[in-house]
Structure formats: C-alpha cells, structure tokens
Design a protein around this ligand. Structure first.
Ligand SMILES: [Zn+2]
Length: 283
C-alpha cells in the first residue's frame, strides 16, 4: 500500500519551495487566486499579510498545504491550512465557527463539573480597546476618547449611519493615538474612524460663518493628516461647498448622498484594496 502524505509547511518554507519549483522570485502574482478566495469574505478578513511574511491571500492556491496565521474578528490568532479554514463553516453562518477559539468558547466540551468554574474571560476585541484614555496604547491604535468633541452635524451622523448600513465596520471609536503631540495631545479626533481599514474620514464644510477649514485652519487639517499618516493611517476628506481637495483621496461633494457613498466605497478600495473592502460589505 502506498500512502501519499501531504505535510503542510510553514509559509516561508512553502514559498521558498515554490520559488524553486516554479523558478521565479514571485511564484504566484498578487491577485492570482482572487476569485477563489472572494467567496470567503470572513477568511479575507481573518488573513493579514503582516502575519504571513507579507504574502497576500490571493497569492496562495486554496489547495496549498501551507500553515497560515489567521486572526479572528475578536482577536484570536491561530494557525490553519487553507483547506482547514475553508471547510470550517460546514454551512453555518455563525461567526464563531470560523475561529477554533471562538468555537470552543461557544460550545465548551461537556465535562462533569467538580467545582463551580468561572465563565471563560471574554477576549478583548483587538479593534475596539476598552474605553479608557490613551494610556498604554500604541501610536496608530483607535479608541473611544471622552475628550473628543461630540459629532457636530446631522450630515456627519448621516454619513456614519450610511457607512454602518453598507459595511460591518466598528464605528464606535472617535480617536487615534498619534506619535507626536497634536495641540498638546497624543490623539486626534477624526469625524469617522474605521479601525479595520486604518482609514479616517473627515467631513469638511466651511461652516455657518465660512471660516472652517480655510486659512490657518487648513494648515492644521494638513498637520492632522500628516500625524495620521505617520502612524500608517490614511485620511479621506469629504470636501463640501467650495473646499478643494487637500489629500490624494479627497472627494468633493455637495452633501451626503447615495452617489457620494458609492464614490466613498470606491475610494476605500483604492486605499486598502477592493478585495479587503468588499470583505466588510453587508450582503
Ligand atoms: Zn476567535
């Protein structure tokens, strides 16, 4: 009897072997397996190139015997092959089935209790830290800050609501930790904070007196954008009225409309990749 045994490899070893067998530095170009992975939006969300030697998911054949590192929405980090991950849900839609740790917490094995056991501690959400000040946070972390001003305009609230209808983003952060003080604080307060994409959205109008975001205010807007980009965030400003774009992804608009939301979705795709953004689309 012959058994053909496939042994999964760590990603570096797998990639190097494919480099040799395919005789090229990049054995699979970015995007090669896009169509195969697109059917698994949860897995696109769980996969991060920085946990996998910088190799993107679309470079990995779904049948590859390779150990990949995944991180669930709650923040558990675990190792699994593409096949194990794609077979995980078994037709179920519950989120917990996509992560072995979550699945275990949702369905603990039945053991005859010998003593009362405390409930398992809830893992902190990596994208939504506890609601305290910036103490202990790292530059680039998003959080909820009590110091941030309350949302000012109805348009801003409308924008946030329309985003929540389109995307499964955690939109309850209102601050990002920056590396250098901005107006004496190590935090900035964008109008909308999308931790999943590390994108901040600003909704700019000249205000009732025509003085907002112009003159010296524009310079502080630009400083704020630089502070965010320095911690690897991107900024997209929606510029209303006569305000001109000041950043590469800014959109001019007359107000919050369905058409603006379409343009915004496209711009988010340009910033972080359409595949990533579509993985957060509600369907
Ligand atoms: Zn989990």
């Amino acid at each position: 009897m012959f058994y053909r045994v496939f042994v999964a490899e760590p990603i570096d070893a797998w990639w190097q072997r494919r480099q040799r067998t395919r005789d090229r530095a990049v054995p699979y170009a970015v995007g090669t397996y896009r169509a195969e992975w697109e059917r698994y939006p949860v897995l696109i969300r769980q996969y991060h190139p920085d946990l996998n030697s910088g190799i993107t998911l679309t470079q990995i054949p779904p049948a590859a015997e390779v150990f990949l590192v995944w991180q669930c929405d709650v923040g558990h980090v675990f190792v699994a092959t593409p096949d194990e991950q794609r077979n995980r849900p078994g037709g179920q839609r519950r989120r917990s089935v996509w992560c072995p740790v979550c699945a275990q917490l949702a369905n603990p094995p039945r053991i005859k209790p010998t003593a009362p056991t405390p409930p398992p501690p809830r893992a902190p959400r990596s994208s939504r830290p506890a609601r305290e000040g910036p103490a202990g946070r790292l530059p680039g972390d998003a959080f909820w800050s009590a110091a941030a001003p309350k949302p000012a305009s109805a348009a801003e609230a409308d924008l946030r609501q329309r985003l929540a209808l389109r995307f499964e983003f955690e939109l309850d952060c209102n601050a990002v930790v920056v590396a250098r003080p901005f107006f004496d604080r190590l935090e900035v307060w964008p109008d909308v904070v999308i931790p999943e994409l590390r994108v901040a959205i600003e909704y700019d109008t000249v205000g009732r007196h025509g003085l907002e975001h112009v003159g010296p205010r524009e310079e502080s807007d630009r400083r704020k954008d630089r502070a965010l980009r320095a911690v690897h965030w991107e900024v997209l400003r929606i510029r209303c009225g006569k305000l001109q774009p000041i950043g590469p992804y800014d959109l001019t608009a007359s107000g919050v409309t369905g058409r603006l939301m379409d343009r915004l979705s496209t711009a988010l795709g340009e910033i972080r990749g359409e595949l990533i953004v579509s993985a957060y689309c509600r369907r």
